[in-house]
Design a protein around this ligand. Structure first.
Ligand SMILES: CC(C)(COP(=O)(O)OP(=O)(O)OC[C@H]1O[C@@H](n2cnc3c(N)ncnc32)[C@H](O)[C@@H]1OP(=O)(O)O)[C@@H](O)C(=O)NCCC(=O)NCCS
Length: 157
């Protein structure tokens, strides 16, 4: 994917409808509703990034950033179906890593559905390792895997 063709920027409240549309396009359970997404965008201690490609918002991610030394948490990550497999999720993950490194987070973690093999591969390739299995974690009763990734902080570079 030619890097000059995509741009990653912080998501703003004006992007709310686009993010909800991607969310509905991407998840069948545990969807963020408008109120929750709005809270994440404007009030939560979080880093919300989106990726634009040829003028369209094609994906987004939300990473919760609690007070150190608690780990950051990748809370949501989704790419619109027709844009998958082009490296957009990987680009978002790299952007989050840069942000977290600059802000001295030592770890970030996430939960992923045990059946979501494409996301698990993405996370393993990005440095996440299995930490725990969480039975019945999702609203539909599916189990989750908690994965954790060690970050290199700005102080260590
Ligand atoms: C998971 C998701 C975010 C990946 O987005 P994407 O932009 O297609 O991913 P990328 O193109 O950046 O792929 C990066 C890596 O992910 C893995 N991957 C992505 N799609 C895959 C697939 N269909 N099968 C296997 N591995 C896959 C691969 O390791 C890939 O690297 P490679 O191309 O070098 O093999 C996207 O499929 C999605 O939005 N799914 C629905 C929502 C979701 O499940 N989010 C994660 C919740 S934890």
């Amino acid at each position: 994917m030619p890097t000059e063709q995509y741009a990653i920027r912080p998501a703003q409240i004006g992007d709310l409808n686009h993010l909800l549309s991607i969310e509905h396009d991407s998840f069948t359970t545990d969807l963020l509703n408008r109120r929750q997404m709005r809270y994440l965008l404007i009030k939560a201690k979080a880093c919300c990034l989106l990726i634009e490609f040829q003028g369209d918002i094609v994906g987004y991610g939300i990473c919760l950033t609690p007070k150190l030394p608690r780990p950051a948490r990748l809370y949501s990550l989704a790419v619109r179906q027709e844009y998958r497999g082009k490296g957009f999720a990987r680009a978002l993950i790299e952007a989050f890593k840069d942000y977290l490194n600059c802000n001295n987070y030592k770890y970030w973690q996430l939960e992923v559905d045990t059946n979501n093999h494409s996301a698990q591969k993405l996370y393993k390739d990005s440095g996440f390792e299995l930490k725990a299995r969480l039975p019945g974690y999702y609203e539909n009763g599916c189990d989750a895997l908690r994965m954790i990734c060690v970050l290199i902080t700005a102080e260590e570079v």
